[in-house]
Design a binder for this molecule. Structure first.
Ligand code: BG6
Length: 290
């Protein structure tokens, strides 16, 4: 089902037979909503989000490409999330592990003249967003170098999970890893072995994690599972009180209801030679926890 939002931007709503749904906007190729078969929203979107391009929408799953954060000369998190994507009329074939009971949409981003001025590399970025019969949300990004020189980029699926109370949330799968702390001049630290909990601002990049991360929401009694491929790093971000107040498109108290945990490739940028393609895959699932 394809429709227009109030700014005239196309959006697709994917539904499975049980009634779960995923909403995808052509603006940024961004997933804006992921709902269970009981209609519960699993992703956070700010009540102050601005839906007018070129501003990126505060919530859902913005895609950071070709730069993560301000680690380079481009605008924060790169330009992909600010652009209007198009339907991919020539999508790549399904992957062997893609079952065909999925609802899916294929979008495409190619650089505009303007993009080439700031990042002079021709690429095709194909994004497939799919919703499986079991309600899992999968995003597959395939980025191809169609220029005649190599290029490098960093990447993140900047996933805003909706949580009931950040102080009751625990993240597992990052224990003992090294991380770069954006709040401390990107200094490198080592996690001391406990599951991650939250009591102040967090802005970190965990390096070379396993491909399974869990986010436990004790109050809601639910657990998100993040499975990733081609995405060695994990960003964990919560702006907490002070930073929340400084963001125009974010409510002062909303930090309590969200946590960003991104599958990403940041520390070691991806380099593609002419004709080469990279794939980064993220699968999100949710289950009740005890
Ligand atoms: C995080 C960055 O991933 O994204 C933070 O590490 C940043 O430093 C946050 O504040 C949000 O970025 P933006 O551009 O969407 O406000």
């Amino acid at each position: 089902e394809i429709m227009k939002d109030k700014n005239g931007i196309d959006q697709a709503v994917l539904r499975n037979t049980r009634g779960a749904s995923v909403q995808v906007s052509w603006h940024g190729g961004q997933v804006l909503s992921w709902k269970t078969d009981r209609g519960e929203e699993l992703l956070f979107t700010s009540s102050k989000a601005i839906f007018k391009p070129p501003t990126a929408v505060r919530g859902g799953i913005p895609i950071c490409f070709p730069q993560f954060g301000n680690r380079g000369l481009l605008e924060q998190h790169g330009f992909a999330r600010n652009k209007i994507w198009v339907i991919d009329d020539n999508p790549l074939p399904l992957q062997p592990n893609d079952s065909n009971d999925k609802a899916y949409i294929d979008l495409l981003l190619k650089p505009s003249e303007e993009d080439l001025k700031v990042w002079p590399h021709s690429f095709e970025f194909r994004l497939r967003v799919s919703l499986a019969a079991d309600g899992n949300l999968t995003m597959v990004s395939r980025i191809r170098n169609i220029s005649c020189k190599p290029f490098s980029f960093s990447f993140a699926y900047h996933t805003y999970f909706s949580v009931s109370d950040i102080s009751e949330v625990r993240v597992e799968g990052l224990e003992t890893l090294d991380y770069l702390d954006n709040l401390c001049q990107r200094e490198r630290f080592t996690e001391q072995g406990d599951a991650l909990t939250f009591e102040s601002e967090v802005d970190r990049i965990y390096l070379s994690s396993s491909d399974l991360i869990a986010v436990f929401d004790h109050e809601k009694k639910r657990t998100f599972l993040i499975r990733k491929e081609g995405l060695p790093d994990v960003v964990v971000w919560n702006p907490w009180e002070k930073k929340s107040k400084s963001m125009v498109d974010f409510g002062d108290e909303e930090y309590k209801q969200m946590l960003c945990v991104d599958g990403a490739a940041i520390e070691k940028p991806i380099t593609l030679k002419p004709g080469e393609e990279w794939t980064g895959r993220l699968e999100l699932s949710v289950m009740p926890s005890i």
